[in-house]
Ligand binder design. Structure first.
Ligand code: SAM
Length: 281
């Protein structure tokens, strides 16, 4: 008889958020596969669990999966945990689960915390249909492309985001999905400084921009477009010359106005310049 592969959710901050079933499973298995043994040892010490730990992270998951499947086939049960939350949700484990299922090893989830669901549940945004979209790309061009793909999505969208990228991402959301899009930033869930910032993309952006520093773990949620809300139009849909004129009439030098319009619509300065001068003169 093969052993069972248990996928055990662990706390995302508050150590009390561990289920009784998670504790008994972690006690009973032969080995616990985890991302970082030092990190997980702290949780296990807190729970007085002495089961051996084995690292299984994105850099060794392929080889480790083979070893773990062999142990499972030999009859050992294995628990997989991640640093926090539910394994496989923007965390390692997919290859192991795939390999286990391929040889008919039972795979059993032990459900518990996940930042995405915790944030969504208290966001105040519709929960009838939602899309989990993982992390937005770190590079701006890719991030803008990814956001453009979401323009037609009619569901609430949940992202994980790093604190040092949240302002850039909010600015891009404003640009692509519209300044009026409902947005919720859920920060430090289950921890001492838990907070929810709710508003439009531009309001939440302004709130966070005013802070001297943004720290902690963040889950970002984007609501569906309200009936009255308008997205920022794309460069092809606007009269760039009028926008440049408008900025100039407010006292901005011409080259600065061109630069600003280029930034707004993610164009090069030369592209804007060409569109201002008929036949590219
Ligand atoms: N598997 C985990 C889960 O189920 O929640 C998520 C792992 S992912 C690598 C880590 C990201 O989740 C963080 O960068 C952050 O975006 C989000 N996150 C984790 N803990 C959080 C918390 N306490 N509050 C808000 N977001 C959190």
């Amino acid at each position: 008889m093969p052993g069972t592969l248990f996928l055990v959710s662990t706390p995302i901050g508050n150590l009390d958020d561990i289920t009784l079933r998670a504790v008994s499973t972690l006690r009973q298995v032969a080995v616990i596969a985890c991302e970082d043994t030092r990190h997980s040892r702290k949780l296990l010490d807190h729970l007085e669990i002495s089961t051996p730990l084995l690292s299984c992270h994105e850099h060794n998951e392929v080889g480790r999966s083979q070893q773990l499947v062999e142990r499972l086939l030999a009859g050992d049960s294995v628990a997989l945990i991640s640093d926090a939350g539910t394994p496989l949700v923007s965390d390692p484990g997919f290859r192991l689960v795939e390999a286990a299922i391929a040889v008919s090893i039972p795979v059993v989830p032990i459900p518990g915390p996940s930042a995405a669901v915790a944030a969504l549940s208290a966001s105040g945004l519709p929960t009838d249909a939602f899309r989990f979209a993982g992390f937005l790309p770190a590079k701006r061009t890719q991030r803008l492309k990814q956001l453009e793909l979401l323009l037609e999505v009619e569901e609430t969208i949940v992202f994980y985001e790093a604190p040092h990228r949240i302002l850039d991402s909010l600015a891009d959301i404003e640009q692509v999905l519209g300044a009026e899009r409902p947005v919720v930033v859920a920060r430090e869930l289950t921890k001492l400084h838990e907070e929810f910032l709710r508003g439009t993309a531009s309001q939440v952006h302004a709130l966070l921009s005013a802070r001297p520093a943004i720290k902690g773990e963040i889950t970002l949620i984007i609501g569906k477009m309200g009936k009255m809300a308008k997205r920022t139009p794309s460069a092809g849909e606007v009269d760039l010359a009028s926008e440049v004129d408008h900025l100039q009439s407010g006292g901005m030098p011409r080259m600065d106005a061109i630069k600003e319009v280029a930034r707004r619509y993610n164009l090069g300065k030369r592209d804007v310049y060409k569109r201002l001068t008929p036949e590219g003169i």
